[in-house]
Ligand binder design. Sequence first.
Ligand SMILES: C[S@@+](CC[C@H](N)C(=O)[O-])C[C@H]1O[C@@H](n2cnc3c(N)ncnc32)[C@H](O)[C@@H]1O
Length: 227
Amino acid sequence: MQATSRVPTSAQTGIHEHLARLLDRHVGSPFRKPYADYNRAAFDASFERRQQVAPNAPLILDACCGVGESSIALARAFPQHYVIGVDQSESRLMRGKPDGLVVPPNLDLVRADLVDYWRLMRDAGIRLDRHYLLYPNPWPKIGHVSRRWHGHPVFPAMLELGGVLECRSNWRIYVEEFSFATQRLTRQAAVCEAYAPAEALTPFERKYFNSGHALFRTVVNLGSPSA
Ligand SMILES: C[S@@+](CC[C@H](N)C(=O)[O-])C[C@H]1O[C@@H](n2cnc3c(N)ncnc32)[C@H](O)[C@@H]1O
């Protein structure tokens, strides 16, 4: 991947002025979009696999995992955990992995829309130990705030999964908003911090870092799996 990417540009200079109102609306009115059959099938099949491989292992979700490079790294770094990487793009998930990156046995890469997958996890009472959202699409236009995950009606369900939640982006405002939204809904302190990885965890992180971008993240503990 070439190191020539651009930092998202936006007319927004800080947290979106309507984000608080949007969040309160999403908390006050349950999100009832029907589940697509293919997402239900993907969810059921993935948790059947988990049941066979590691039913009692603590769970890590790598949401928007892209080609799954970070999912593989996480599965290796946490060999006692079971990692599920989810992305809606079949072609990204199927893309050949860099040399030496073999999918470990404690990892499952799943093609699904997280708008459904997150809610299906929540409905099933599943709790995470760790939850990663690495370089989600930023949707930097002011009018696109509800396309950012923290502005989307699925966000409260995503937070209910608990665990140590980490979001990274090269757009500072995205992480500031994500922190603000997480703190508003969970009452857990969440801050946006500058971040320089020792080694890139994902292809987008590598691309942005090699392009000289500042990187930002928030890490917030939303409670243990048994909580
Ligand atoms: C900018 S890429 C980042 C990929 C990877 N995390 C990385 O850092 O290299 C954003 C990813 O989010 C995925 N995505 C966007 N909306 C999604 C959704 N509703 N459900 C699942 N994946 C989604 C896209 O397919 C894409 O792979």
